[in-house]
Design a protein around this ligand. Structure first.
Ligand code: AMP
Length: 560
Protein backbone atom coordinates (compact mmCIF):
# COMPACT_ATOMS: atom_id res chain seq x y z
CA UNK A 1 0.00 0.00 0.00
CA UNK A 2 1.09 3.53 -0.56
CA UNK A 3 -0.54 6.62 0.80
CA UNK A 4 -2.55 8.73 -1.60
CA UNK A 5 -0.84 12.13 -1.73
CA UNK A 6 -3.73 13.97 -3.38
CA UNK A 7 -1.63 14.63 -6.48
CA UNK A 8 1.22 16.07 -4.51
CA UNK A 9 -0.94 18.42 -2.44
CA UNK A 10 -0.24 16.61 0.87
CA UNK A 11 3.24 17.22 2.27
CA UNK A 12 4.62 13.93 3.62
CA UNK A 13 6.53 13.67 6.91
CA UNK A 14 10.26 13.28 6.21
CA UNK A 15 11.05 9.54 5.98
CA UNK A 16 13.59 9.50 8.83
CA UNK A 17 11.14 11.07 11.26
CA UNK A 18 8.29 8.81 10.14
CA UNK A 19 10.47 5.74 10.75
CA UNK A 20 11.41 7.02 14.21
CA UNK A 21 7.79 7.77 15.18
CA UNK A 22 6.68 4.31 14.08
CA UNK A 23 9.52 2.68 16.01
CA UNK A 24 8.72 4.64 19.18
CA UNK A 25 5.02 3.76 18.98
CA UNK A 26 3.98 7.41 18.67
CA UNK A 27 2.71 6.47 15.21
CA UNK A 28 0.39 3.58 14.58
CA UNK A 29 -0.12 1.34 11.54
CA UNK A 30 -3.79 0.87 12.49
CA UNK A 31 -6.52 3.02 10.88
CA UNK A 32 -8.54 5.24 13.24
CA UNK A 33 -11.73 3.24 12.70
CA UNK A 34 -9.97 0.06 13.83
CA UNK A 35 -8.72 1.85 16.95
CA UNK A 36 -12.32 2.68 17.87
CA UNK A 37 -13.32 -0.94 17.24
CA UNK A 38 -10.48 -2.15 19.51
CA UNK A 39 -11.70 0.18 22.26
CA UNK A 40 -15.26 -1.03 21.74
CA UNK A 41 -14.17 -4.65 22.09
CA UNK A 42 -12.47 -3.84 25.38
CA UNK A 43 -15.21 -1.62 26.84
CA UNK A 44 -18.38 -3.00 25.16
CA UNK A 45 -21.03 -2.32 27.80
CA UNK A 46 -19.56 0.85 29.18
CA UNK A 47 -21.06 4.14 28.12
CA UNK A 48 -19.23 5.76 25.22
CA UNK A 49 -21.50 8.76 24.81
CA UNK A 50 -24.02 10.80 26.75
CA UNK A 51 -25.92 13.68 25.18
CA UNK A 52 -29.17 15.45 26.04
CA UNK A 53 -30.82 12.98 23.62
CA UNK A 54 -29.66 9.78 25.31
CA UNK A 55 -26.75 7.38 25.72
CA UNK A 56 -24.76 4.90 23.63
CA UNK A 57 -22.55 2.07 24.88
CA UNK A 58 -19.30 1.27 23.12
CA UNK A 59 -20.92 -1.77 21.53
CA UNK A 60 -23.91 0.22 20.27
CA UNK A 61 -21.65 2.95 18.92
CA UNK A 62 -19.43 0.42 17.15
CA UNK A 63 -22.25 -1.62 15.62
CA UNK A 64 -24.30 1.36 14.49
CA UNK A 65 -21.33 3.06 12.89
CA UNK A 66 -20.39 -0.16 11.06
CA UNK A 67 -23.85 -0.16 9.49
CA UNK A 68 -23.75 3.54 8.69
CA UNK A 69 -20.38 3.01 7.01
CA UNK A 70 -21.72 0.18 4.88
CA UNK A 71 -24.73 2.30 3.92
CA UNK A 72 -22.46 5.20 2.94
CA UNK A 73 -20.60 2.74 0.72
CA UNK A 74 -23.91 1.69 -0.86
CA UNK A 75 -24.67 5.35 -1.59
CA UNK A 76 -21.64 5.29 -3.87
CA UNK A 77 -19.25 7.14 -1.61
CA UNK A 78 -15.72 5.82 -1.93
CA UNK A 79 -12.61 5.68 0.22
CA UNK A 80 -10.91 9.10 0.53
CA UNK A 81 -13.99 11.03 -0.59
CA UNK A 82 -14.11 14.22 1.52
CA UNK A 83 -17.33 14.96 3.45
CA UNK A 84 -18.11 18.47 4.73
CA UNK A 85 -19.53 18.50 8.26
CA UNK A 86 -21.91 21.26 9.37
CA UNK A 87 -23.75 20.30 12.52
CA UNK A 88 -23.99 21.04 16.23
CA UNK A 89 -23.08 18.76 19.14
CA UNK A 90 -25.54 15.86 19.13
CA UNK A 91 -25.43 12.05 19.16
CA UNK A 92 -25.91 11.65 15.43
CA UNK A 93 -22.88 13.75 14.64
CA UNK A 94 -20.74 11.26 16.53
CA UNK A 95 -22.36 8.43 14.56
CA UNK A 96 -21.69 10.33 11.36
CA UNK A 97 -18.05 11.00 12.28
CA UNK A 98 -17.16 7.39 12.97
CA UNK A 99 -19.42 6.13 10.19
CA UNK A 100 -17.50 8.23 7.68
CA UNK A 101 -14.12 7.16 9.06
CA UNK A 102 -15.17 3.51 8.88
CA UNK A 103 -16.20 3.98 5.25
CA UNK A 104 -12.76 5.48 4.59
CA UNK A 105 -14.31 8.89 3.92
CA UNK A 106 -12.47 12.01 5.05
CA UNK A 107 -14.46 14.34 7.34
CA UNK A 108 -13.81 18.02 6.71
CA UNK A 109 -14.22 19.93 9.98
CA UNK A 110 -16.20 22.91 8.75
CA UNK A 111 -18.54 24.64 11.20
CA UNK A 112 -22.33 24.86 11.26
CA UNK A 113 -21.90 28.65 11.14
CA UNK A 114 -19.97 28.63 7.86
CA UNK A 115 -21.71 29.99 4.80
CA UNK A 116 -21.03 30.20 1.05
CA UNK A 117 -17.88 32.31 1.40
CA UNK A 118 -16.22 29.56 3.45
CA UNK A 119 -17.95 26.40 2.19
CA UNK A 120 -17.74 27.37 -1.49
CA UNK A 121 -13.97 27.74 -1.19
CA UNK A 122 -13.17 24.78 1.07
CA UNK A 123 -15.45 22.34 -0.76
CA UNK A 124 -13.61 23.04 -4.02
CA UNK A 125 -10.20 23.03 -2.43
CA UNK A 126 -10.62 19.48 -1.12
CA UNK A 127 -12.99 18.25 -3.84
CA UNK A 128 -15.78 17.41 -1.38
CA UNK A 129 -18.09 14.60 -2.53
CA UNK A 130 -20.71 14.81 0.22
CA UNK A 131 -22.12 17.48 2.50
CA UNK A 132 -23.44 16.50 5.89
CA UNK A 133 -25.72 19.11 7.43
CA UNK A 134 -28.00 19.34 10.42
CA UNK A 135 -31.68 19.77 9.56
CA UNK A 136 -34.04 21.76 11.74
CA UNK A 137 -31.72 24.60 12.76
CA UNK A 138 -32.76 28.27 12.52
CA UNK A 139 -30.75 28.62 9.30
CA UNK A 140 -31.84 26.02 6.73
CA UNK A 141 -28.59 24.12 6.18
CA UNK A 142 -30.33 21.51 3.99
CA UNK A 143 -31.43 24.13 1.51
CA UNK A 144 -27.96 25.67 1.81
CA UNK A 145 -26.35 22.30 0.96
CA UNK A 146 -28.48 22.10 -2.18
CA UNK A 147 -27.36 25.60 -3.18
CA UNK A 148 -23.71 24.69 -2.58
CA UNK A 149 -24.09 21.53 -4.71
CA UNK A 150 -25.75 23.43 -7.55
CA UNK A 151 -23.17 23.54 -10.35
CA UNK A 152 -20.47 22.24 -7.99
CA UNK A 153 -17.76 20.18 -9.71
CA UNK A 154 -17.71 17.31 -7.18
CA UNK A 155 -20.50 17.57 -4.58
CA UNK A 156 -23.19 14.95 -5.24
CA UNK A 157 -24.61 13.68 -1.94
CA UNK A 158 -26.45 15.49 0.84
CA UNK A 159 -26.44 13.74 4.22
CA UNK A 160 -28.39 15.01 7.21
CA UNK A 161 -28.65 14.62 10.95
CA UNK A 162 -31.58 15.80 13.06
CA UNK A 163 -35.02 16.50 11.63
CA UNK A 164 -36.07 14.44 8.56
CA UNK A 165 -35.51 16.29 5.26
CA UNK A 166 -36.75 15.23 1.85
CA UNK A 167 -34.24 14.11 -0.77
CA UNK A 168 -31.42 13.70 1.74
CA UNK A 169 -29.98 10.64 3.48
CA UNK A 170 -30.46 10.83 7.23
CA UNK A 171 -27.57 9.38 9.20
CA UNK A 172 -29.88 8.13 11.97
CA UNK A 173 -31.75 5.97 9.40
CA UNK A 174 -28.78 4.68 7.43
CA UNK A 175 -27.86 0.99 7.50
CA UNK A 176 -30.89 -0.29 9.43
CA UNK A 177 -31.36 -2.91 6.68
CA UNK A 178 -27.73 -4.09 6.73
CA UNK A 179 -26.73 -7.03 8.94
CA UNK A 180 -23.92 -6.58 11.46
CA UNK A 181 -21.65 -9.22 9.88
CA UNK A 182 -21.98 -7.71 6.42
CA UNK A 183 -21.34 -4.22 7.82
CA UNK A 184 -18.24 -5.40 9.74
CA UNK A 185 -16.87 -7.12 6.64
CA UNK A 186 -17.31 -3.89 4.68
CA UNK A 187 -15.45 -1.84 7.30
CA UNK A 188 -12.61 -4.35 7.43
CA UNK A 189 -12.30 -4.31 3.65
CA UNK A 190 -11.90 -0.54 3.74
CA UNK A 191 -9.35 -0.75 6.56
CA UNK A 192 -7.34 -3.30 4.58
CA UNK A 193 -6.84 -0.68 1.88
CA UNK A 194 -5.88 2.11 4.27
CA UNK A 195 -2.27 3.23 4.48
CA UNK A 196 -1.27 4.74 7.85
CA UNK A 197 -0.08 7.83 6.00
CA UNK A 198 -3.44 8.37 4.30
CA UNK A 199 -5.32 11.52 5.20
CA UNK A 200 -7.94 10.68 7.83
CA UNK A 201 -9.42 14.09 8.52
CA UNK A 202 -9.18 17.62 7.16
CA UNK A 203 -9.13 20.28 9.86
CA UNK A 204 -9.17 24.02 9.20
CA UNK A 205 -6.66 26.54 10.35
CA UNK A 206 -7.75 29.75 12.03
CA UNK A 207 -5.61 31.16 9.25
CA UNK A 208 -2.71 33.50 9.20
CA UNK A 209 -3.40 35.18 5.88
CA UNK A 210 -6.47 35.27 3.65
CA UNK A 211 -8.86 32.34 3.60
CA UNK A 212 -8.57 29.41 6.06
CA UNK A 213 -5.89 26.85 5.26
CA UNK A 214 -6.67 23.14 5.16
CA UNK A 215 -4.84 20.87 7.61
CA UNK A 216 -4.46 17.20 6.63
CA UNK A 217 -4.27 14.86 9.63
CA UNK A 218 -3.23 11.27 8.95
CA UNK A 219 -4.21 7.91 10.45
CA UNK A 220 -0.73 7.21 11.82
CA UNK A 221 -0.85 10.14 14.22
CA UNK A 222 -4.35 11.47 14.70
CA UNK A 223 -5.86 8.97 17.13
CA UNK A 224 -2.56 8.80 19.01
CA UNK A 225 -2.56 12.59 19.42
CA UNK A 226 -5.78 12.20 21.40
CA UNK A 227 -4.53 9.12 23.29
CA UNK A 228 -1.35 10.94 24.34
CA UNK A 229 -3.47 13.84 25.59
CA UNK A 230 -5.77 11.51 27.57
CA UNK A 231 -2.75 9.75 29.08
CA UNK A 232 -1.10 13.06 29.99
CA UNK A 233 -4.20 13.86 32.04
CA UNK A 234 -4.39 10.40 33.60
CA UNK A 235 -7.78 9.52 32.10
CA UNK A 236 -9.13 5.99 32.10
CA UNK A 237 -12.39 4.05 31.73
CA UNK A 238 -13.78 5.68 34.90
CA UNK A 239 -13.38 9.18 33.46
CA UNK A 240 -16.54 11.07 32.57
CA UNK A 241 -15.36 13.84 30.33
CA UNK A 242 -17.56 16.77 29.31
CA UNK A 243 -17.18 18.96 26.24
CA UNK A 244 -19.20 22.11 25.54
CA UNK A 245 -17.67 23.65 22.42
CA UNK A 246 -18.16 22.39 18.85
CA UNK A 247 -17.01 18.78 18.69
CA UNK A 248 -16.32 18.93 14.96
CA UNK A 249 -13.18 20.98 15.43
CA UNK A 250 -9.70 19.80 16.36
CA UNK A 251 -10.12 20.49 20.08
CA UNK A 252 -13.45 18.63 20.04
CA UNK A 253 -12.02 15.59 18.32
CA UNK A 254 -8.58 15.42 19.95
CA UNK A 255 -9.39 16.64 23.47
CA UNK A 256 -12.83 15.06 23.69
CA UNK A 257 -14.20 12.50 21.22
CA UNK A 258 -11.08 10.50 20.32
CA UNK A 259 -9.42 11.22 23.67
CA UNK A 260 -12.33 9.75 25.63
CA UNK A 261 -12.72 6.75 23.33
CA UNK A 262 -9.00 5.98 23.22
CA UNK A 263 -9.08 5.12 26.94
CA UNK A 264 -12.61 3.73 27.31
CA UNK A 265 -13.94 6.87 29.01
CA UNK A 266 -17.46 8.29 28.69
CA UNK A 267 -17.92 11.49 26.70
CA UNK A 268 -20.66 13.80 27.95
CA UNK A 269 -21.27 15.84 24.83
CA UNK A 270 -23.00 19.07 25.80
CA UNK A 271 -23.66 22.27 23.86
CA UNK A 272 -22.24 25.76 24.36
CA UNK A 273 -25.34 26.82 26.35
CA UNK A 274 -23.69 26.65 29.75
CA UNK A 275 -26.89 26.32 31.77
CA UNK A 276 -27.99 23.21 29.89
CA UNK A 277 -24.42 21.90 29.74
CA UNK A 278 -23.81 22.24 33.48
CA UNK A 279 -27.13 20.51 34.18
CA UNK A 280 -26.19 17.56 31.94
CA UNK A 281 -22.73 17.37 33.49
CA UNK A 282 -24.09 17.36 37.04
CA UNK A 283 -26.78 14.79 36.19
CA UNK A 284 -24.16 12.40 34.78
CA UNK A 285 -21.47 12.84 37.43
CA UNK A 286 -18.84 14.53 35.27
CA UNK A 287 -15.23 14.09 36.43
CA UNK A 288 -13.29 16.08 33.83
CA UNK A 289 -13.92 19.05 31.58
CA UNK A 290 -12.12 21.27 29.09
CA UNK A 291 -13.13 24.89 29.52
CA UNK A 292 -12.37 27.25 26.63
CA UNK A 293 -12.07 30.93 27.39
CA UNK A 294 -15.55 31.54 25.99
CA UNK A 295 -16.85 29.76 29.11
CA UNK A 296 -14.48 31.27 31.69
CA UNK A 297 -17.21 33.65 32.80
CA UNK A 298 -19.76 30.82 33.12
CA UNK A 299 -17.58 29.07 35.71
CA UNK A 300 -18.29 31.94 38.05
CA UNK A 301 -22.07 31.40 37.77
CA UNK A 302 -24.27 29.70 40.36
CA UNK A 303 -25.25 27.07 37.76
CA UNK A 304 -21.70 25.69 37.93
CA UNK A 305 -22.06 24.89 41.64
CA UNK A 306 -23.68 21.40 41.21
CA UNK A 307 -20.94 20.41 38.72
CA UNK A 308 -18.33 20.80 41.45
CA UNK A 309 -19.86 17.89 43.38
CA UNK A 310 -18.19 15.28 41.15
CA UNK A 311 -15.72 17.30 39.05
CA UNK A 312 -12.10 16.38 39.72
CA UNK A 313 -10.12 18.03 36.93
CA UNK A 314 -10.74 21.16 34.89
CA UNK A 315 -8.46 22.04 32.01
CA UNK A 316 -8.56 25.70 31.03
CA UNK A 317 -7.53 26.86 27.59
CA UNK A 318 -7.47 29.74 25.17
CA UNK A 319 -6.43 32.74 27.24
CA UNK A 320 -4.64 33.75 30.42
CA UNK A 321 -6.45 32.40 33.47
CA UNK A 322 -7.55 34.98 36.06
CA UNK A 323 -6.61 34.02 39.66
CA UNK A 324 -10.20 33.83 40.97
CA UNK A 325 -11.17 31.56 38.12
CA UNK A 326 -8.32 29.16 38.78
CA UNK A 327 -9.29 28.99 42.45
CA UNK A 328 -12.91 28.31 41.47
CA UNK A 329 -11.85 24.94 40.00
CA UNK A 330 -8.72 24.26 42.10
CA UNK A 331 -9.03 24.04 45.87
CA UNK A 332 -5.70 22.31 46.44
CA UNK A 333 -7.58 19.13 47.33
CA UNK A 334 -10.31 17.29 45.42
CA UNK A 335 -10.46 19.85 42.64
CA UNK A 336 -7.44 20.11 40.34
CA UNK A 337 -7.03 22.69 37.58
CA UNK A 338 -4.53 22.78 34.76
CA UNK A 339 -4.05 24.42 31.40
CA UNK A 340 -3.53 23.27 27.86
CA UNK A 341 -2.43 24.76 24.58
CA UNK A 342 -3.54 23.06 21.41
CA UNK A 343 -3.93 23.76 17.74
CA UNK A 344 -5.40 22.03 14.72
CA UNK A 345 -1.93 21.93 13.14
CA UNK A 346 -0.83 19.60 15.94
CA UNK A 347 1.25 20.47 19.00
CA UNK A 348 -0.46 20.01 22.36
CA UNK A 349 1.00 21.16 25.64
CA UNK A 350 -0.61 20.37 28.97
CA UNK A 351 0.16 20.69 32.67
CA UNK A 352 0.47 17.40 34.57
CA UNK A 353 -1.04 16.07 37.77
CA UNK A 354 2.20 16.56 39.70
CA UNK A 355 3.00 20.05 38.40
CA UNK A 356 3.12 22.53 41.28
CA UNK A 357 0.18 24.90 41.53
CA UNK A 358 2.08 28.00 40.31
CA UNK A 359 3.11 26.09 37.16
CA UNK A 360 -0.51 25.08 36.48
CA UNK A 361 -1.70 28.61 37.16
CA UNK A 362 0.74 30.40 34.85
CA UNK A 363 1.87 27.97 32.14
CA UNK A 364 0.36 25.54 29.65
CA UNK A 365 2.83 22.84 30.67
CA UNK A 366 4.89 20.58 28.47
CA UNK A 367 4.34 18.71 25.18
CA UNK A 368 2.42 15.45 25.29
CA UNK A 369 4.58 13.23 23.02
CA UNK A 370 8.13 12.12 23.89
CA UNK A 371 9.37 13.15 20.41
CA UNK A 372 7.75 16.59 20.45
CA UNK A 373 10.26 19.39 19.96
CA UNK A 374 9.69 23.00 21.00
CA UNK A 375 11.81 25.98 20.09
CA UNK A 376 11.18 29.59 20.99
CA UNK A 377 12.57 31.65 18.12
CA UNK A 378 13.23 35.31 17.66
CA UNK A 379 10.26 36.09 15.33
CA UNK A 380 11.13 35.98 11.64
CA UNK A 381 14.48 34.25 12.32
CA UNK A 382 15.73 30.78 13.17
CA UNK A 383 17.57 31.98 16.28
CA UNK A 384 16.46 30.61 19.63
CA UNK A 385 15.87 33.10 22.45
CA UNK A 386 17.17 32.32 25.96
CA UNK A 387 14.91 30.58 28.50
CA UNK A 388 12.55 33.08 30.06
CA UNK A 389 12.57 35.40 27.03
CA UNK A 390 9.50 35.81 24.81
CA UNK A 391 9.68 34.61 21.21
CA UNK A 392 7.62 32.71 18.64
CA UNK A 393 6.54 29.22 19.64
CA UNK A 394 7.81 26.83 16.96
CA UNK A 395 7.33 23.10 17.02
CA UNK A 396 7.91 19.81 15.30
CA UNK A 397 6.87 16.31 16.25
CA UNK A 398 4.91 13.16 15.53
CA UNK A 399 1.52 14.84 15.16
CA UNK A 400 2.41 18.39 14.05
CA UNK A 401 1.81 18.75 10.31
CA UNK A 402 4.79 19.11 7.99
CA UNK A 403 2.70 21.31 5.67
CA UNK A 404 -0.77 22.68 4.91
CA UNK A 405 -2.78 21.07 2.12
CA UNK A 406 -2.11 22.49 -1.33
CA UNK A 407 -0.34 25.62 -0.07
CA UNK A 408 3.33 25.52 -1.17
CA UNK A 409 3.86 29.28 -0.97
CA UNK A 410 2.31 29.56 2.44
CA UNK A 411 4.25 26.52 3.66
CA UNK A 412 7.54 28.11 2.65
CA UNK A 413 6.94 30.86 5.23
CA UNK A 414 5.06 28.82 7.84
CA UNK A 415 7.91 26.38 8.55
CA UNK A 416 11.59 26.82 9.41
CA UNK A 417 14.22 25.32 7.11
CA UNK A 418 14.32 22.23 9.34
CA UNK A 419 10.57 21.74 9.46
CA UNK A 420 9.49 23.49 12.68
CA UNK A 421 6.00 24.95 12.37
CA UNK A 422 5.86 28.65 13.21
CA UNK A 423 2.69 28.87 15.32
CA UNK A 424 2.36 32.65 15.29
CA UNK A 425 1.95 32.49 19.08
CA UNK A 426 4.34 34.18 21.49
CA UNK A 427 5.70 32.07 24.31
CA UNK A 428 8.46 31.69 26.89
CA UNK A 429 10.12 28.70 28.58
CA UNK A 430 10.23 28.38 32.37
CA UNK A 431 12.40 25.65 33.81
CA UNK A 432 10.80 24.32 37.00
CA UNK A 433 11.74 21.02 38.62
CA UNK A 434 13.84 20.11 35.59
CA UNK A 435 10.87 20.44 33.19
CA UNK A 436 10.64 23.06 30.46
CA UNK A 437 7.17 24.56 30.91
CA UNK A 438 5.79 26.89 28.26
CA UNK A 439 3.80 30.04 28.97
CA UNK A 440 1.76 31.73 26.23
CA UNK A 441 2.53 35.44 26.07
CA UNK A 442 0.43 36.73 23.17
CA UNK A 443 0.55 36.24 19.43
CA UNK A 444 2.05 37.63 16.27
CA UNK A 445 -0.59 36.27 13.90
CA UNK A 446 -3.32 38.68 13.07
CA UNK A 447 -6.46 37.04 14.29
CA UNK A 448 -9.26 37.50 16.77
CA UNK A 449 -9.94 34.59 19.12
CA UNK A 450 -13.70 34.96 19.52
CA UNK A 451 -14.71 32.48 22.19
CA UNK A 452 -12.45 29.85 20.58
CA UNK A 453 -13.43 30.56 16.96
CA UNK A 454 -10.56 32.22 15.17
CA UNK A 455 -11.39 35.21 12.98
CA UNK A 456 -8.72 36.07 10.46
CA UNK A 457 -8.32 39.87 10.40
CA UNK A 458 -7.04 40.07 6.83
CA UNK A 459 -9.88 37.93 5.50
CA UNK A 460 -12.47 40.27 7.09
CA UNK A 461 -10.63 43.41 5.94
CA UNK A 462 -10.69 42.24 2.32
CA UNK A 463 -14.41 41.49 2.59
CA UNK A 464 -15.19 44.89 4.12
CA UNK A 465 -13.22 46.65 1.41
CA UNK A 466 -15.41 45.01 -1.24
CA UNK A 467 -18.06 47.58 -0.26
CA UNK A 468 -17.94 50.60 -2.54
CA UNK A 469 -18.10 53.02 0.40
CA UNK A 470 -15.11 51.49 2.22
CA UNK A 471 -11.67 52.73 1.17
CA UNK A 472 -9.61 51.04 3.88
CA UNK A 473 -10.52 48.61 6.67
CA UNK A 474 -8.42 47.42 9.55
CA UNK A 475 -9.77 44.83 11.97
CA UNK A 476 -8.43 44.33 15.50
CA UNK A 477 -9.39 42.37 18.61
CA UNK A 478 -11.05 44.15 21.51
CA UNK A 479 -11.53 42.54 24.92
CA UNK A 480 -14.95 41.05 25.59
CA UNK A 481 -16.09 39.77 28.95
CA UNK A 482 -18.07 36.84 27.56
CA UNK A 483 -16.08 35.82 24.46
CA UNK A 484 -12.60 36.88 25.49
CA UNK A 485 -12.17 38.89 22.30
CA UNK A 486 -14.34 40.29 19.54
CA UNK A 487 -13.65 42.11 16.29
CA UNK A 488 -13.59 45.89 15.94
CA UNK A 489 -13.26 47.36 12.45
CA UNK A 490 -11.64 50.73 11.85
CA UNK A 491 -12.95 52.08 8.55
CA UNK A 492 -12.05 54.94 6.24
CA UNK A 493 -14.80 56.03 3.88
CA UNK A 494 -14.24 56.07 0.14
CA UNK A 495 -17.20 58.27 -0.71
CA UNK A 496 -17.89 60.20 2.49
CA UNK A 497 -20.79 57.86 3.28
CA UNK A 498 -20.71 56.33 6.76
CA UNK A 499 -22.29 52.88 6.82
CA UNK A 500 -24.36 51.86 9.80
CA UNK A 501 -23.85 48.52 11.56
CA UNK A 502 -26.94 46.98 9.87
CA UNK A 503 -25.60 48.10 6.48
CA UNK A 504 -22.23 46.46 7.15
CA UNK A 505 -23.99 43.32 8.35
CA UNK A 506 -26.09 43.27 5.19
CA UNK A 507 -22.90 43.54 3.14
CA UNK A 508 -21.24 40.62 4.97
CA UNK A 509 -24.43 38.57 4.68
CA UNK A 510 -24.63 39.22 0.94
CA UNK A 511 -21.06 37.96 0.60
CA UNK A 512 -22.05 34.77 2.42
CA UNK A 513 -19.68 35.26 5.33
CA UNK A 514 -20.15 33.30 8.57
CA UNK A 515 -21.72 35.54 11.21
CA UNK A 516 -19.02 35.03 13.84
CA UNK A 517 -16.63 36.90 11.53
CA UNK A 518 -18.79 40.01 11.24
CA UNK A 519 -17.26 42.96 13.10
CA UNK A 520 -19.15 43.76 16.27
CA UNK A 521 -17.88 47.29 16.52
CA UNK A 522 -17.29 49.94 13.84
CA UNK A 523 -15.11 53.02 14.17
CA UNK A 524 -15.02 55.42 11.23
CA UNK A 525 -11.86 57.52 11.04
CA UNK A 526 -10.50 60.03 8.51
CA UNK A 527 -7.31 57.98 8.18
CA UNK A 528 -5.55 55.05 9.84
CA UNK A 529 -2.42 55.53 11.94
CA UNK A 530 0.77 54.20 10.33
CA UNK A 531 4.00 52.83 11.77
CA UNK A 532 7.28 54.41 10.72
CA UNK A 533 7.62 51.81 7.96
CA UNK A 534 4.25 52.84 6.57
CA UNK A 535 2.20 49.83 7.74
CA UNK A 536 -1.14 50.27 9.49
CA UNK A 537 -0.35 50.60 13.20
CA UNK A 538 -2.54 47.83 14.64
CA UNK A 539 -1.01 48.12 18.08
CA UNK A 540 -2.24 51.69 18.25
CA UNK A 541 -5.66 50.68 16.87
CA UNK A 542 -5.97 47.95 19.52
CA UNK A 543 -5.17 50.50 22.24
CA UNK A 544 -7.62 53.04 20.73
CA UNK A 545 -10.38 50.44 20.55
CA UNK A 546 -9.80 49.26 24.12
CA UNK A 547 -9.80 52.89 25.36
CA UNK A 548 -13.02 53.57 23.51
CA UNK A 549 -14.75 50.59 25.09
CA UNK A 550 -13.40 51.45 28.53
CA UNK A 551 -14.69 55.03 28.22
CA UNK A 552 -18.11 53.72 27.21
CA UNK A 553 -18.31 51.40 30.18
CA UNK A 554 -17.34 54.17 32.64
CA UNK A 555 -20.56 55.37 34.34
CA UNK A 556 -21.48 58.91 33.32
CA UNK A 557 -20.02 61.50 35.63
CA UNK A 558 -17.55 59.04 37.18
CA UNK A 559 -14.60 60.89 35.69
CA UNK A 560 -15.49 64.31 37.13
P1 AMP B 1 -7.21 26.04 16.81
O1 AMP B 1 -6.36 25.52 15.70
O2 AMP B 1 -8.50 26.62 16.35
O3 AMP B 1 -7.38 25.02 17.89
O4 AMP B 1 -6.45 27.29 17.43
C1 AMP B 1 -5.13 27.22 17.85
C2 AMP B 1 -4.74 28.55 18.39
O5 AMP B 1 -5.51 28.87 19.54
C3 AMP B 1 -3.30 28.63 18.86
O6 AMP B 1 -2.38 28.81 17.81
C4 AMP B 1 -3.37 29.83 19.80
O7 AMP B 1 -3.35 31.04 19.10
C5 AMP B 1 -4.75 29.66 20.45
N1 AMP B 1 -4.61 28.94 21.73
C6 AMP B 1 -4.78 27.63 21.95
N2 AMP B 1 -4.57 27.33 23.24
C7 AMP B 1 -4.25 28.49 23.87
C8 AMP B 1 -3.93 28.86 25.20
N3 AMP B 1 -3.92 27.97 26.19
N4 AMP B 1 -3.65 30.17 25.45
C9 AMP B 1 -3.68 31.08 24.47
N5 AMP B 1 -3.98 30.80 23.19
C10 AMP B 1 -4.27 29.53 22.88
Amino acid sequence: MTAFDWDGRVVPYPADRATRYLASGEWSETPISARLHESAQRHGDRLALITAEGTLTYRELDERTDRIAAALGRLGLRRLDPVLFQATNRSAIVLAWYGCLKAGLVPVATLAQHRMHEIGHISRKVGAKAHLVEAGLGFDLVEFARRVADGHPTLRTVLTVGAPASGAHRIEDLGADIGPAEARAFVESVEAETDPRDVAVFQLSGGTTGVPKVIPRIHAEYWNNALLYAQALGWDADTRLAHLIPVIHNAGISCALHAAHSVGATLILATPDHVAAFELMAEHSVTDVLIGHGHYQALRSAEFEPVLRTLRRAVLSGAKVPADLFSRVDDGGTHWAGQMFGMSEGMFLVTRADDPEPVRRTTVGTPIAPSDEVRILDPGTETEVPDGAVGELCCRGPYTIPGYFDAPEHNAAAFTSDGFYRTGDLAAIHVVGGRRHVSIEGRIKDLINRGGEKVNAEEVEVLLMKHEDVAVASVVAVPDERLGEKACAFLVSETGAILTMPEVQQHMDALGVAKYKWPERLVWVPELPKTNVGKIDKKRLRADAAALLAAESTPQGAES
